[in-house]
Design a protein around this ligand. Structure first.
Ligand code: NAD
Length: 515
């Protein structure tokens, strides 16, 4: 997803792998669990439970860390539970001030954050910088909202009244995917903390680094120890969090099948869940659209973060009368994208997160070709010139001659692959756009204002775009319809997902009891 203020906010980072002296000389501290305000060595060290985290760009070992088991998860949750009383009793203004300091510290350390985010995810450094800003924005935005979180006063008969309070839930757990690690840590922890909750986060096992750095930032900013904790591990650690009796809510980002498991695990404890899941989003380009903008939108909608983006417009429907012009421009611009070292400022396609994901994408491409799709450009494994770059690189791919029944058109590929589909009528394309179990995002390019709103009104998607795609702003809710999720992140509405309403009746007269 793309942050609009890219140019204004872009900063120069030291750049190439290993020569960036502002970032701890490229070395990482030892411990990756963050509990009670510090990095801690794991309880019950177990050599059989070591996770190896590989650097996507090089394929080399980046770090080894211990999977958090029941005792470790319990330690983190208990730390959050103990911190809850103090944190929840601060005023919103007091909480907000601490969070503002945290946002400022990240701004001061943004090069370091971006550097590690790129080494952890393989995404181009220019994108990682933007991702850091999405976390900063969330922390600043919710710090500002914190003092405004309040209930209602409801007048009743005879001078009596009721009032409501928005109370925090308690210990909230966050579970993240690997494509936007710092963004997820920020988007989940900021509203949780602003509302007076304490927080335990489990980043993806593939991208464990920046969530821990965020813990250090919060502590430096004055966040009481225990308010923000990090445990590490894969699905088993996530399940432990979901099932823990002292966890009140789970905010999850990941795939639909895992989201379903998270919901089932949380159901045992009647916990609320926020689910940000997968997608197969449509983008509709009408013949009257500004085609250069539409091509730009389709590229933003497909090629950020190597295509590993949940909201991607992987089904681009183009009105047949402009198909040739649209395709020519899309292929020309896509072919110019530089694939390679994510640490280079001008790289636009970095490394896939890991070999399995690259294999999955290539399998989808093979299948698509067998089903009749034609590769208009890209879709090849690329070997960068630098011999250190032994990760998996795939050139951005435009598929034509697609039809709606192809596997690549129906399933989430999560790679740099866009399927182009032709259409003739508005009615037809809306029906086809909605013909999916997902509903994360959708978009339309047209210069006809009436048609734009008419189409969006019928689109079954939680986040819709007119004449753009994949832009985000922290003030605007983000989330999905149908199997793409439950609840929302960002915007005022998020407060509803991190608070519970307490109703208080106040009697000003005598009790009128019929007995
Ligand atoms: P995933 O579902 O495999 O894993 C997500 C997280 O869940 C990881 O931290 C993983 O360790 C954890 N996990 C796995 N099994 C679990 C279980 N049983 N209980 C609790 N936690 C468990 O997803 P991924 O491969 O990391 O990410 C890619 C998916 O995420 C894609 O489907 C993508 O669309 C989706 N995604 C959605 C959004 C959104 O905002 N809607 C954003 C980014 C990614």
């Amino acid at each position: 997803m793309w942050l609009q203020q890219v140019v204004v906010r872009g900063v120069q980072i030291a750049g190439r792998r290993g020569v960036c002296t502002t970032v701890s000389n490229g070395k990482l501290p030892l411990h990756f669990n963050y509990i009670n305000g510090e990095r801690v060595s794991p309880l019950n060290p177990d050599p059989t439970q070591i996770m190896k985290v590989l650097e996507p760009a090089t394929g080399d070992l980046l770090i080894e860390l211990q999977t958090s088991g029941p005792d470790e998860v319990n330690r983190a949750v208990q730390s959050a539970k103990e911190a809850f009383t103090e944190w929840s009793q601060l005023t919103g203004l007091q909480r907000g001030r601490i969070m503002q300091r945290a946002a400022q510290i990240i701004k001061d350390r943004q090069e370091e954050f971006a550097y590690w985010e790129t080494r952890d995810t393989g995404k181009p450094i220019y994108e990682a910088r933007m991702d850091i800003w999405t976390a900063i924005d969330a922390i600043e935005y919710f710090s500002g909202l914190a003092p405004t979180i309040a209930g209602q006063h409801v007048p009743l008969a005879n001078g009596s009244f009721a009032y409501t309070k928005k109370e925090p839930l308690g210990v909230c757990a966050g579970i993240g995917a690997w494509n936007y690690p710092i963004q997820m840590a920020g988007w989940k922890s900021a509203p949780a903390l602003a509302c007076g909750n304490t927080f335990v986060f489990k980043p993806s096992q593939f991208t464990p680094i920046t969530a821990v750095m965020l813990g250090e930032v919060y502590t430096e900013a004055g966040l009481p120890h225990g308010c923000y904790n990090v445990v590490q591990g894969a699905g088993e650690t996530g399940t432990l969090l979901c099932e823990h009796s002292d966890v009140a809510k789970v905010s999850f980002t990941g795939s639909v099948p895992t989201g379903s498991k998270v919901m089932a695990a949380a159901a045992g404890g009647i916990k609320t869940v926020t689910l940000e899941l997968g997608g197969k989003s449509p983008l509709i380009v009408f013949a009257d659209a500004n085609l250069d903008n539409a091509v730009g939108g389709a590229m933003l909608g497909n090629f950020l973060s190597q295509g590993e983006v949940c909201s991607n417009a992987t089904r681009v429907f183009v009105e047949n009368s402009v198909m040739d012009q649209f395709l020519a421009r899309l292929v020309e611009r896509t072919g110019r994208m530089k694939v390679g070292d994510p640490m280079d400022d001008d790289t636009r396609v970095g490394a896939m997160i890991h070999q399995d994901q690259a294999d999955k994408v290539m399998t989808y491409l093979d299948g698509a070709k067998k089903e009749g799709a034609v590769v208009a450009c890209g879709g090849e494994l690329v070997t960068p010139d630098d011999p250190r770059l032994k990760g998996c690189y795939i050139s951005p791919c435009v598929l034509t001659n697609c039809h709606d029944d192809m596997t690549v058109v129906r399933e989430e590929v999560f790679g740099p692959v866009v399927s182009i589909l032709g259409f003739d009528t508005e009615e037809e394309v809306i029906q086809r756009a909605n013909n999916t179990e997902f509903g994360l995002a959708g978009g339309v390019f047209t210069n006809d204002l009436t048609r734009a709103h008419r189409v969006i009104a019928q689109m079954q998607a939680g986040t819709c775009y007119i004449n753009n795609f994949n832009i985000i702003d922290v003030a605007v809710p983000f989330g999905g319809f149908k199997k793409s999720g439950l609840g929302r992140e960002n915007g005022l509405v998020t407060v509803e997902y991190y608070t519970q309403v307490k109703t208080v009746y106040v009697e000003m007269g005598d009790v009128d009891a019929p007995f």
